[in-house]
Design a protein around this ligand. Structure first.
Ligand SMILES: [Zn+2]
Length: 543
């Protein structure tokens, strides 16, 4: 039992905006009242639900390949062992232990990996069981899955839907993800798709059909999170039109647009980027079926890692830096390239401004999640810097003076005066991502919610405030004090288990025999071996 008293509580899902009140915890959940137990006097402090990161890259083969590829990165940031925690490395691709500790030390208690190839689900779960403190889950890559494309081309809508459900069940994944739909498959023959209506060669389908079919399947299966879309043409001048077309292609169906910053550029391919956030934000403001996370970039060195193989190649060409490409049989691919964002660069300044424009131009914070697309735009540990840029107009103005002036003059950022309140920050860092993910017990402090609570010392410098919480409570236990882990626990893995007609398995089995290097029977992740720690199907819990 635990009680926080006298704290200034920000719990937007329950309309609580800075009211001084108590938060009571019993058996790992928020309770109405408690007798006994420890009491935290949070007078002068800010109390929020634990942070929820809905789009990051923290586990699986792509992340691990990036770790192997960047020894120079690890050397800069060793994480020594303490009495409570294990050693590791940090920087842009932290080791498993460091990933959990650093999220927790920053007040985040839940994080999702946004791109795991189904065949690598085992690897991702093995890493998850090594990531301490936080609850986690992953999205399953399906936008270049050969079986799915074949079913779409054959008009086998129900079979495709059942396969999607089977795949989520087999991988113990949480949601349907697509990355450059059709384009990653085309890249395997050294090509790419450039628009929604270009045919994926050898399959007779288009990106538009893939987007619509997977959006529909996610809705038909009543998945808690709608289809999660990384559009075609990421990082290409002029790509805003593809992004707008993709949003329109959803045609009222629910969809989440990932790291929209990277998809909002005007100009002709090969030109310098110009911002087209105004047009896209207008569309979002008028179409409540769509949510976004931003993928903010911050200046400095990081690692780009993406399921978008052709994009990895493009970045390698632009930066001249080392890179890795991996094609995943029948399913997906990836590219990894180190990258440094420079404040004197015209292109990087534009990207930085585009991200901030997104935060400041979408009217409804409930449809935005704060993200840097960790580590693509920056490490997740930079979230407090993003928060300060949103909350402190003066700080933003000072920062504007240091970036490429020609680039910034072409953006709308210097004219945007909006400042986020603590209430709005609580929305975009916990309440909204939890709601967008369909996590009914997270992102709020109502009775019965998971007792994941972060308590911050109030401070005028929001970057400092959000970097080092005074207390972080996970499932009712104080695990972090003054930014240091005082006890190591392991959170839960979250996955879905949608209903489907098992008749589809006969067809999938035949497909495996013909095309996979792995037997059908060996493909599904066995719960007892790969998820030995607590796991949960969040939609099944009803209190
Ligand atoms: Zn991503």
């Amino acid at each position: 039992m635990l009680k926080s008293i006298n704290g200034e509580v920000y719990d937007p899902a329950n309309d609580i905006d800075g009211e001084v009140r108590d938060v009571c915890i019993e058996n790992g959940r928020i309770a109405d009242s408690v007798d006994g137990g420890r009491t935290i006097d949070a007078a002068g402090m800010v109390v929020m639900p634990g942070g929820v990161d809905m789009h990051a890259h923290i586990a699986g083969p792509k992340v691990n390949t990036a770790r192997k590829m960047r020894p120079e990165d690890h050397r800069l940031d060793p994480v020594p062992r303490t009495a409570q925690t294990r050693s590791g490395v940090g920087k842009t691709v932290p080791s498993t232990f460091a990933t959990g500790y650093r999220y927790a030390a920053m007040g985040y208690t839940t994080a999702f990996d946004a791109a795991v190839p189904p065949i690598a689900a085992r690897h991702a779960h093995e890493e998850f069981s090594d990531i301490p403190v936080i609850d986690k889950g992953f999205f399953v890559l399906m936008g270049n899955n050969e079986y799915i494309m074949q079913q779409i081309a054959a008009g086998e809508r129900e079979r495709m839907r059942d396969y999607v459900a089977w795949l989520l069940e087999a991988t113990k994944g949480y949601a349907v993800k697509m990355v450059n739909p059709g384009g990653v498959e085309m890249w395997k023959t050294l090509s790419n798709t450039h628009g929604l209506d270009e045919e994926v060669s050898g399959f007779g389908v288009t990106a538009r059909q893939i987007v619509q079919s997977l959006a529909e399947a996610s809705m038909d299966l009543h998945l808690p999170h709608p289809v999660h879309i990384h559009c075609n043409n990421l990082g290409i001048a002029g790509n805003w039109e593809t992004t707008l077309e993709t949003m329109k292609a959803l045609d009222g169906r629910r969809g989440h647009m990932a790291h929209v910053q990277f998809h909002s550029y005007g100009g002709n391919p090969g030109d310098l980027f110009v911002s087209r956030v105004r047009e896209l934000a207008d569309y979002i403001n008028n179409n409540p079926n769509i949510t976004v996370d931003i993928g903010q970039i911050l200046f400095g060195d990081t690692t780009s890692m993406t399921g978008d193989g052709p994009l990895g190649y493009l970045l390698h060409q632009v930066t001249g830096r080392k890179w890795v490409n991996v094609d995943v049989e029948n399913e997906a691919g990836c590219g990894i390239v180190p990258i440094e964002y420079k404040d004197k660069s015209h292109m990087h300044t534009t990207q930085w401004a585009v991200g901030l424009e997104w935060y400041l131009m979408v009217r409804d914070p409930w449809r935005i999640a704060l993200s840097t697309d960790h580590p693509n735009g920056a490490s997740f540990v930079a979230y407090p810097q993003v928060i300060r840029l949103l909350m402190d107009r003066e700080y933003r103005r000072e920062t504007l003076k240091k970036v490429n002036q020609k680039a910034i003059a072409k953006t709308l950022l210097p004219d945007l005066d909006r400042e986020y309140s603590l209430y709005e920050i609580a929305i975009i860092t916990r309440a909204a991502p939890a709601r967008i993910l369909g996590l009914k017990h997270k992102g709020h402090l109502g009775i019965g919610a998971d007792a994941d609570v972060t308590i911050y010392n109030k401070c005028d410098d929001q970057e400092e405030m959000f970097s080092v919480p005074r207390y972080v409570i996970k499932e009712g236990e104080i695990l972090v004090e003054d930014g240091s882990i005082c006890r190591e626990t392991f959170g839960r893995t979250l996955y879905v288990s949608p209903l489907y007609d098992t008749a589809v398995e006969k067809n999938i089995r035949e497909y495996f025999k013909k095309y996979y290097t792995i037997e059908f029977e060996n493909y599904p992740v066995q719960l007892e071996h790969y998820l030995p720690r607590p796991c949960e199907i969040p939609t099944a819990r009803d209190s």
